[in-house]
Design a protein around this ligand. Sequence first.
Ligand code: ADP
Length: 424
Amino acid sequence: MRPGLSSELRRIIGITVFCLFFGVSAQATIEVLLLGCVVYLLWSLRMVLRLFAWVDGGMRGSPPDSDGVWGEISDTLNRQRRRHRRAKEKMRQTITRTMRMTEALDEGMLVLNSDRSLDWWNYAAESLVGLRSLDRGTAIINLIRDPAFVTFINEANFSEPLRLASANQSGRLLEFSGSHFGRGEVVLIVTDITRVHGLERMRKEFVANVSHELRTPLTVIRGYIETLKALPEVPSGMDKAFNNIAVQAEKMQTLADDLIVLSKLESEGTPEACEPINVSALLYEIVADARELSSGKHRFDIQCDEQLGFQVSAKDLRSTLGNVILNAVRHNPRGAKIEINVTEEDNHWNVAIRDDGIGIDPIEIPRITERFYRVDASRNSTSGGTGLGLAIVKHTLNRYGGSLVINSRSDEGAEFLCRWPKAR
Ligand code: ADP
């Protein structure tokens, strides 16, 4: 039994024995017992009132002085109060630490309510986005009014970050990424990517400039090699060397050209002048080139409406389909069949280029559109490609709002689906 309860029982027994003794000796047992009960109840009521007064006063100071069951109740409440205070202090320290950590971040952090009004932000967000304390509760799209940002917030699809020029500090580029949490709330992380973007631009410009600069010396080398090859008396063994130099110079020229194409694709936002292009005629032209490269080793089949026209830049369509079709020739052995099939969907034209050749391991598929990535470097370096073909295809399609979908398995052929949107 709890000590408070047993001491209370002892008290009750004591009062009863005392009342009985006096009651019997005064020949008024019932009256004295009743009087004892009333006194005990009044005392208990006083203890309850003191306890209530202490609890109502926020349990400040020490609990009311009492023993028995009331003493135990106030001791228990007091112990819980101390435990609660310790937990509160610990939580306060954790919150302060978390706040200090977020304040120390270089990235801006903004918390938006479910109605997309601003709830909280850290110091970095204040300087990056230009917020003031009275902005709390304001809709974020009234503070950052860029249409791209408004769409980003309204659509709330945060799979891709959004890049925006800072309205607060000119020349700065910010990247916004968002995540959902709680009940429809959103946390936005704002990163200053001015430096990274500058480095990216430098890298692109450097590659484009080097490729441009290489063009002239390569043209000169190729010209001289042609002249040397045409000499009436070529020293013995030199004709093979000249041929080798010519092949390598041509490879370098193609590489430089592809790098320039990729740099342009990355830096130019919108596609070049678009015109209606007869797809079937273009496919027959590309397949004629492919047949030449194949020298009769591959079979071709084109399924395309002869009247079909795409509204695209002829150069882009040729480069995209050409890269995929020539790849099917370069990377597949003698006897492989290459099928080209153009079909229509609600919003897209699908150009599927299928082959029944060596295929690609599904693990490699996400990587083959990276620059210079080759499934089998030793085999492919001799195939004549630059390693940039599929990167060019992917970038070109993305610029049109289309996509490249690759389906393949090792030894089961490959399908390259070029999805061109009908309207942009
Ligand atoms: P490359 O100049 O090497 O062809 P790409 O970017 O065009 O560079 O292609 C990347 C890699 O994808 C190739 O090296 C090859 O391994 C693989 N590949 C492309 N097309 C096919 C295909 N039709 N069948 C099998 N593998 C392919």
